[in-house]
Design a protein around this ligand. Structure first.
Ligand code: CS2
Ligand code: MG
Length: 405
């Protein structure tokens, strides 16, 4: 007898930071877990799922993942956007988890099997100043990473997004009901960052990959200047130099620099990437597998990119849960045009709630061979960590104007 979706639960918990988790229970007793976390807008996605999606799923055949995707995307008048696509992506992950469990195979096997043995991974390396950055580079090299994202403080600015002033990592969102204000100055940043990347390259030598993220803060010509100034240091990629909406900007940057460009962690459909891909204005597609509608949709974006020799590097910050991290790894392992996987890592509390089978060894990740996605969610543990409002900071320039994210 065909299995049916019997129950859909949406759980918001906060083991150090907020996560939105979907639980799909089927009539044959299988449980699939999906992640639908959207940093700072968690409750909007939870409501979209709870109020508008969960009731539609009851009674459907969980095996028909593609049909359910089409129903939730094409069958709905209001398409796209981060809230909708995170919700659809979360359902998609839960259904792939169910399917893997129903045939007792890891999801990467259902996607065609492994095309590589292991997944090249980069992690975040931050230092408020260059000596602190060098120490942080040493720590991550000792952990075995072969690729490192490098971010630092900027002289004259009191705080910089994603850079802690003490030791240790950072969490992109700060708890509290109101976003924290940071002051930003692109001129100071542009004058300083080449020195940072040069120092990092000198420190790690030629064989470690270095990456840098500009977090959408620059104008097109500033981004072109940055690309040009960083060219000598052989970056793996320069990420999100300009705001995502103005895709034309990347043409101008390309005219001035051969630096590899990564963009797209705020994009969520193939339509957002289409022109960039076919006009070859980017080198790495950067969406998260969940925010881009789940495995079913993200892999179509990656396949379109492959036609043009463009690779993908899935978003992997702490604000997507280990379920999305694992889903990315199943796609990474089975899709030829992988560039690199981001792995920011998690606060230790996260593993009290999410029990994951993926492994990290010598700078490479592997999803493991558990059936499904390989992440089990502990509802009892989650109940100890209720939702707490938390937001990314926002920035103003030194004269008080709100700046781009
Ligand atoms: C960053 C993220 O990982 C990245 O590349 O840009 O930290 C990003 O700022 C957060 O995911 C925002 O939610
Ligand atoms: Mg980024």
């Amino acid at each position: 007898m065909t299995s049916r979706i019997e129950k859909v639960d949406v759980i918001v918990c906060s083991p150090s930071r907020n996560f939105v988790t979907i639980k799909v229970t089927t009539s044959d007793g299988l449980v699939g877990w999906g992640d639908a976390t959207l940093n700072g807008r968690e409750l909007a996605v939870a409501s979209y799922l709870q109020d508008h999606v969960a009731p539609l799923l009851i009674g459907l055949d969980p095996d028909r993942i593609e049909d359910i995707w089409q129903f939730l995307y094409r069958g709905v008048y209001w398409r796209r956007g981060p809230v909708t696509m995170a919700a659809i992506g979360g359902v998609d992950l839960a259904l792939w988890d169910v399917k893997g469990k129903s045939v007792n195979r890891p999801v990467y096997q259902l996607l065609g099997g492994a095309v590589r043995e292991k997944i090249l991974t980069y992690t975040h390396t931050v230092g408020w100043d260059i000596p602190a950055l060098k120490d942080a580079l040493d720590v991550n090299l000792a952990r075995g990473f072969k690729a490192l994202r490098v971010q630092s403080g900027v002289p004259g600015l009191d705080s910089v997004y994603g850079v802690t002033q003490g030791v240790g990592g950072y969490e992109p969102a700060t708890r509290g009901a109101y976003p924290k204000l940071e002051m930003w100055d692109s001129g100071k940043y542009l004058r300083h960052v080449p020195k940072v990347i040069e120092a990092a390259r000198e420190h790690v030598g030629p064989d470690i990959e270095l990456l840098h993220d500009a977090h959408h803060r620059l104008t097109p010509i500033q981004a072109a200047q940055l690309g040009k100034s960083l060219e000598p240091f052989g970056l793996f990629w320069l990420e999100d130099v300009t705001p995502g909406e103005n895709q034309e900007a990347l043409k101008l940057i390309r005219e001035h620099s051969t630096i590899p460009l990564a963009i797209g962690e705020v994009f969520n459909t193939i339509w957002d990437f289409k022109d960039l891909i076919i006009n070859q204005q980017l080198d790495y597609v950067r969406c998260s597998v969940m925010h881009a509608g789940g495995i079913s949709h993200a892999r179509r974006i990656f396949d379109l990119a492959a036609l043009y020799g463009i690779k993908f590097g899935p978003h992997g910050p702490s604000d997507i849960s280990p379920i999305t991290m694992s889903a990315s790894l199943h796609v990474d392992l089975s899709t030829p045009n992988l560039g690199i996987q981001e792995f920011m890592g998690y606060d230790p509390l996260v593993s009290e709630v999410f029990h994951s089978s993926y492994t990290l060894k010598d700078g490479y990740l592997h999803p493991g061979d558990n059936p499904g996605l390989g992440v089990e969610f502990d509802e009892k543990a989650a109940a100890k960590f209720p939702y707490a409002p938390a937001y990314l900071p926002y920035a103003r320039s030194l004269d008080g104007t709100v700046t781009d994210w």
